[in-house]
Design a protein around this ligand. Structure first.
Ligand code: MLC
Ligand code: AMP
Length: 505
């Protein structure tokens, strides 16, 4: 009997009274206590009828219990499906339905609003609050703290993570046990993690970055985490002198730089700062080094592939690049039309192959076939080049995507909602530079001259349908959208026109 993921990331910590999570209130949760709680949760899940391979969908605040839920799923062979806490009931309905989840867990505060939606899908509902309250932990109290770990093969699914699509519906990326283990081990080694490391963890745990990169690397190496519920500037500055590593999206770095308390002295105990999920501006890289003496290490990944490339631990961490392919990962640049591999310095689509690459999209064989080649290369949708020294550069995106504060937003989804509003003939949603979020959402609307739209009503309609982070920060009404000779909206022209909406440059 084996369970690859459990064996590699959790088993070594059984019965160890070593620190795993340092909480904001000073409390420390040991590996042993964490795994015992996970075992209790695994009993609750299996007693409720979940069996290996079933999906557990969760929309819960970050907490030690929420993380233990992930560990419980690994123990019981249940496929973990974490969802952004910002998603509306409309968005959740789709994810729970599409995944065929056997159970849904939400915050007690949302129970009243979500229960009708979830029960209509014939799915059971439990609650878990950020403070550990709710029905799940109440049920745990009487459970055994030992659980017989369920056998899983390396190719079995460990997680299902939804990524929005450029066209149409969100896709569930199927991540196997082997995907997660290989990436955790590779990164722990590449970034030189040891049991003495203390990771400052302020990322959400419903995405690859906070869950698999940060948490799995710490589990693989035996280190511990200062586990913050979310990014809070004071808490970050308070944690830095006790941490050795921080992982963050670029917004973390620009926010830290905006505070005079960030100094060389404050970060003296740190050995590594890692950035990813969105492009880090060279300016941020340079300023951060000037202020702290640390060169940020930038890496590149995706939900479908975990991490693909990283700047070196030793050696030159080059601003504006995402470094070298990780050990065991192949990256090539191809011509989008012919799929022919391009040479150094030539720009094309980035393709990735390796043990990190997902198994495909949940119940979407056509979409899987369109993006995952038979030879194992995944077409990322990012545009880039590999320079003469082997560094990978991301120069743009083939996919129509906005990355705001590390969250991916697909314009198509927002355009769909805007186009449905009275008085809107058509719309184009674009990303424009934003000082805090890197990029933010701008909606350009063509109004019906006979019945102009009510922008406030549009704001409400968007609010009811889409998560807050997807909302256009501004709506601009125009007479028509620029189009090329083929009739396609020229978003590049719109991006140029509105580039300075939120910045001075
Ligand atoms: C929050 N808001 C956002 C937002 N986050 N809006 C746009 N983009 C975001 N990223 C909304 C809030 O709901 C709030 O709405 C308002 O903006 C201001 O909130 P805030 O308090 O300033 O935001 P905060 O809670 O501090 O969150 C910002 C953040 C957070 C950047 C710290 O978004 C974050 O932790 N991002 C990390 C995302 C991440 O982990 N990505 C990895 C994906 S995996 P209102 O109503 O007040 O206006 C991946 C693969 C890889 O990409 O390579 O890693
Ligand atoms: P997601 O779908 O949320 O996993 O986001 C993955 C996308 O984030 C990638 O396809 C890239 O477009 C982007 N991304 C991740 N890391 C970086 C980085 N270091 N620089 C630029 N873009 C990045």
């Amino acid at each position: 009997m084996s369970n690859h993921l459990y064996d590699r990331l959790f088993k070594t910590h059984e019965c160890q009274a070593t620190p795993f999570l340092h909480l904001a209130d000073g409390k420390v949760i040991t590996h042993d206590a964490f795994l015992k709680q996970a075992a209790q949760i695994a009993h609750v899940l299996t007693d409720a009828g979940l069996v290996p391979g079933d999906r557990l969908a969760v929309q819960i605040e970050k907490s030690p219990e929420a993380l233990a839920l992930y560990a419980a799923c690994v123990q019981a062979g249940i496929v973990f499906l974490p969802l952004n806490t910002g998603y509306t009931a409309d968005e959740l309905r789709y994810f729970v339905d599409d995944s065929g989840a056997g159970m849904f867990i939400c915050d007690p505060h949302r129970e009243a609003a979500l229960r009708p939606v979830i029960t209509a899908l014939n799915v059971s509902l439990e609650t878990l609050g950020g403070d550990g309250t709710g029905s799940l932990m109440a049920r745990c109290a009487s459970m055994d703290t030992r659980f017989a770990i369920v056998h899983r093969s390396s190719d079995d699914l460990a997680a299902l993570l939804y990524t929005s699509g450029t066209t149409g519906r969100s896709k569930g990326a199927m991540l196997t046990q082997a995907n997660l283990v290989s990436n955790a081990e590779t990164l722990a080694e590449y970034w030189r993690f040891t049991p003495s490391d203390v990771l400052l963890h302020a990322l959400p745990i419903f995405h690859t970055h906070g869950l698999f990169v940060a948490t799995n690397v710490i589990l693989a190496s035996g280190g511990s985490m200062i586990f913050l519920p979310k990014f809070d500037l004071d808490a970050m500055l308070d944690g830095l002198p006790r941490a050795t590593v921080m992982m963050g999206v670029p917004t973390f770095y620009t926010r830290l730089l905006g505070d005079a308390r960030l100094t060389r002295d404050l970060t003296r105990h740190m050995r590594l700062f890692i950035s990813g999920s969105a492009p880090l501006l060279t300016e941020t890289h340079v300023q951060f080094e000037g202020r702290t003496g640390h060169r940020i290490l930038e890496r590149y990944g995706m939900t479908e592939t975990n991490m693909n490339s990283s700047n070196p631990y030793d050696g030159d961490r080059r601003a504006g690049t995402v470094g070298f392919p990780l050990p065991g990962v192949e990256i090539k640049i191809t011509d989008p039309d012919t799929a022919v591999t391009l040479g150094p310095e030539q720009i094309g689509q980035i393709e990735v192959r390796g043990p990190n690459v997902f198994k495909g999209y949940w119940q979407m064989p056509e979409k899987t076939a369109a993006e995952l080649r038979e030879d194992g290369f995944f077409i990322t949708g990012d545009l880039g080049k590999i320079d003469a020294n082997g560094y990978v550069h991301i120069v743009g995106r083939e996919k129509d995507l906005i990355i705001s504060g590390g969250y991916n937003i697909y314009p198509k989804e927002i355009e769909g909602v805007l186009d449905d509003q009275p008085g809107v003939i058509e719309s184009a949603v674009i990303g424009v530079p934003h000082p805090d979020f890197g990029e933010t959402v701008l909606g350009v609307i063509v109004a019906d001259p006979a019945a102009p739209p009510d922008l406030e009503a549009i704001g409400h309609a968007v609010g009811d349908t889409l998560a807050r982070f997807k909302h256009p920060r501004r709506l601009i009404v125009v007479d028509s959208l620029p189009r090329n000779t083929m009739g396609k909206v020229q978003k590049n022209i719109l991006r140029d026109m509105y580039r300075a909406t939120f910045t001075s440059g």
